[in-house]
Design a binder for this molecule. Structure first.
Ligand code: MV4
Length: 448
């Protein structure tokens, strides 16, 4: 039985978790740095504990401080949110060792999926389609040349310890491979302290489509369809939508059932997201995220499932109270990430919110921790609000998005609002014919 949850996070996701707890009559403990003393999640929580100075390393990443706060307040469980310690297997183990429920997957699954080589090998073993490439790290130029010849050029050399697009080298010509292999290894050694690299077939202009799953402790696993996250800039997602404009029901059911079967065999518990590249009508697994994700609301809007509530219920040992046949896609949803950044340079632009008027009306949801007069601190990521819109179909959803972005006011700090307004007026957004590189090309064209 979970009676009190410590939320080991901040910002909009801390408010989101707090809301789910309140609806379950679960008491809430907020932890905060000195910079977040006046933050929304602190104001709304039943209790709060200051765990350190502003730097994340001294506060939201300080495992001992968080566990001490749980001890002081008598919390039963800890929800890590996303980012910070959400996918840190040592933290998940420490939480359990100290007698608290970790609201998340088993530490071993966090560990496996956090290693891209092990994750890919495990998914291939479980029958999930993966990008063709090397079977693990590649040790020599000769091995690299042999594998590249097998899978065909262009190929991508990826750093095992890389992530978020860092440590990737595209090779289009066999003559360039030896030098590219050495370059990738030296960059990986310098950048991540680990020079292991692996090779994959380079997929040109794919889409990024991810499948949401939930597994309970009674062997039940369901998928909650897909999210199309292809509109990204420098590996930061900007707009996500569900369902994807390119999938039909047959493709959706096929990949969904493959993923569910894999998660069932794995014995996965909790919320998870299996990420794919989609190209030429085929899915290729790239990564799995063992946490709730920023973009989870679009899935909630089309299925009616409260994913954070399900995380808490699963952690409390309760079975899912619905099965796959109960789930269906209702309408269409889009999420727009509003960040306190200069829209041109993408540099963080902290500051004081002088005017705050979130959009509203039918089918509009705003997940945010902002309020008028709030000062956005410079120490953390720049996400300030998620505008999530839903309607019966994609055209209506897009019209609602345009209307919502038009009325949304956040003044006092630069934001990406103007960028989002430009994107929703674009041809590619209208037709849904974008790929992972489209936004960069669109912005480049606007600048030139
Ligand atoms: C790829 C790829 C093309 N081919 N792998 C970027 C970071 C990590 N999520 C995997 N990434 C990619 N892996 C192969 N074999 C293109 C990307 C990629 C990307 C993937 C998803 C969303 C945005 C992206 C932006 C640039 C590159």
């Amino acid at each position: 039985m979970i009676r009190k949850v410590l939320i080991a996070n901040r910002g909009e996701i801390a408010v989101r978790i707090l809301r789910a707890c309140r609806e379950l009559d679960i008491a809430t403990v907020a932890v905060h740095s000195t910079a977040d003393a006046g933050a929304m999640h602190v104001r709304l929580a039943d209790e709060s504990v200051c765990i350190g100075p502003p730097p994340a390393a001294r506060s939201y990443l300080d495992k001992a401080a968080i566990l001490a706060a749980a001890e002081i307040t008598g919390a039963d469980a800890i929800h890590p949110g996303y980012g910070f310690l959400a996918e840190n297997p040592e933290f998940a183990e420490m939480v359990r060792e100290h007698g608290y429920v970790f609201i998340g997957p088993d530490p071993e699954h966090i560990r496996v999926m956090g290693d891209k080589i092990r994750a890919k090998a495990k998914m291939r073993e479980l029958g999930v389609p993966v990008v063709p490439g090397s079977d693990g790290a590649v040790r020599s130029r000769e091995e690299a040349a042999r594998i590249a010849a097998e899978i065909g050029y262009p190929v991508l050399i990826k750093a095992v310890a890389g992530g978020g697009g860092r440590g990737m080298v595209v090779v289009r010509d066999p003559g360039d491979l030896p030098r590219a292999f050495d370059l990738a290894r030296s960059e990986a050694r310098a950048g991540f302290g680990d020079d292991r690299v692996y090779i994959e077939k380079f997929l040109d202009r794919p889409r990024h489509i991810e499948i949401q799953v939930l597994g309970d402790r009674h062997g039940n696993v369901v998928h909650l369809f897909e999210r199309d996250c292809s509109i990204q800039r420098r590996h930061q997602k900007v707009i996500e939508e569900a369902p994807s404009p390119v999938l039909d029901d047959a493709a959706r059911a096929a990949i969904g059932s493959r993923v569910v079967e894999a998660m069932r065999q794995l014995g996965y518990v909790g919320a998870g997201t299996v990420e794919f590249l989609w190209a030429d009508g085929q899915f290729y697994f790239i990564e799995m995220n063992t946490r709730i994700q920023v973009e989870h609301p679009v899935t909630e809007m089309i299925t009616g499932v409260d994913l954070v509530r399900e995380q808490i219920r699963i952690a409390a040992g309760e079975p899912l109270d619905f099965d796959q046949d109960d789930l269906e896609i209702r309408g269409h949803a889009m999420e727009f990430r509003i960040t306190a950044e200069d829209p041109e340079t993408m540099l963080p632009a902290p500051g004081r919110v002088t005017a705050w008027h979130p959009a509203g009306g039918p089918g509009v949801r705003v997940d945010s921790h902002l309020y008028a007069g709030y000062t956005i601190p410079p120490y953390y990521d720049s996400l300030i609000a998620k505008l999530v819109v839903h309607d019966r179909d994609r055209p209506r959803c897009l019209a609602r998005a345009r209307r919502s972005l038009g009325e949304f006011v956040v003044d006092g700090t630069p934001s990406t609002m103007s960028l989002l307004r430009a994107i929703v007026e674009s041809e590619q957004m209208l037709t849904g014919t974008y790929d992972i590189g489209w936004l960069e090309r669109f912005l480049e064209a606007r600048r030139s």
